[in-house]
Design a protein around this ligand. Structure first.
Ligand code: HSE
Length: 310
């Protein structure tokens, strides 16, 4: 069997966003992974992997997020064909920009199209979250949810799975800086404390609730005041050299707030997209790393849509 190629784009995402560890996520307008797939008689074949970090991406379907997620979709749909895939990464793995989430969500989204669109968006998310669990050593759907649904997403519960999507403010500008440092999510999860204090719990509930209000009301001031993390970023700061210097540089150049994206190492800064300061923030954060002989890529972007056929 050979069939037409289907091509999709799966966006980068940022997760946690201060207080919302494993619950909040936000899709970016760019960069995106591009996946192409077509039906074959049986099994999975990855015939091409390109883009940043592609040299480290396994082509063995048993350990690749795209195919692990796609296989879940085929099982749920009761489809008995296989899939040949070509993967073009838009963002490298171990970046904190939802690279494995884009692979997993993209693989599930693409497989669902090949299966005739049988699954709901929530079911696609669960197939993708399974791949995240296998690859990153922990069930978290805070990257795959915005990658499928777009916008800002909140996971209320994993069992049963319940996710809500909110349209973020149009003027929420995002600057992402990705230094040439690798942080695997599985490693970043190992440094987290097993328990949190009631004081930190109260702090997170207050900030998380208010951040949701900020996203809904479109108040950038409320958003920036609520991106606070008393537990997770502090435990992970040691994994990302110059993190605090980079965040400080972003804020002193006009960013509303700056924080570790996902499990790092990327540095995410929010700014008012009605201004034109995004490129300058990007340059200044980048300089923190290049001045220390560490290469750093940047993107000036906005919230975006979820996976789409292109
Ligand atoms: N919420 C996850 C974590 C996201 O912080 O470990 C990883 O990208």
């Amino acid at each position: 069997m050979s069939d037409e190629w289907v091509r999709i784009a799966a966006p980068a995402t940022t997760s946690n966003i201060g207080p919302g560890f494993d619950t909040f996520g936000l899709a970016m307008n760019e960069p995106s992974d591009i996946l192409e797939g077509r039906k074959i008689d049986s099994g999975f074949k990855i015939t091409e992997v390109s883009g940043p970090g592609s040299e480290g991406i396994p082509t063995d379907p048993k350990i690749n997020s795209v195919t692990i997620a796609a296989e879940q979709v085929l099982k749920r749909c009761g489809c008995d064909f296989g899939i040949e895939l070509k993967i073009k990464k838009g963002v490298r793995p171990c970046s904190g920009m939802g690279s494995s989430g884009a692979s997993a969500a993209g693989g599930a989204f693409l497989a669902n199209i090949l299966c005739g669109g049988k699954l709901s968006l929530n079911e696609i998310i669960l197939c993708a979250a399974h791949a995240e669990d296998v690859i990153s050593g922990g069930l978290h759907a805070d990257n795959v949810s915005p990658c499928i649904l777009g916008g800002f997403t909140i996971i209320r519960s994993y069992e049963p799975f319940e996710v809500t999507r909110i349209e973020p403010p149009k003027d929420l500008g995002m600057v992402v800086a990705l230094p040439d440092i690798m942080v695997a999510t599985s490693d970043a999860r190992k440094v987290l404390p097993r328990e949190v204090s009631i004081k930190d719990l109260v702090f997170h509930i207050g900030n998380a609730s208010t951040l949701v209000y900020g996203m809904m009301s479109g108040d950038l001031g409320v958003i920036s005041r609520s991106v606070k993390d008393a537990v997770f970023e502090p435990a992970r700061t040691k994994l990302v050299p110059f993190l605090k210097e980079a965040e400080k540089e972003a804020v002193s150049n006009g960013a509303l707030v700056s924080f570790m994206g996902g499990s790092g190492p990327c540095i995410m800064s929010f700014y008012d997209a009605n201004t034109d300061i995004g490129n300058n923030i990007a340059e200044k954060v980048k300089a923190v790393y290049t001045d220390n002989n560490i290469k750093c890529d940047t993107w000036v972007t906005r919230p975006g849509t979820g996976c789409k056929r292109i």
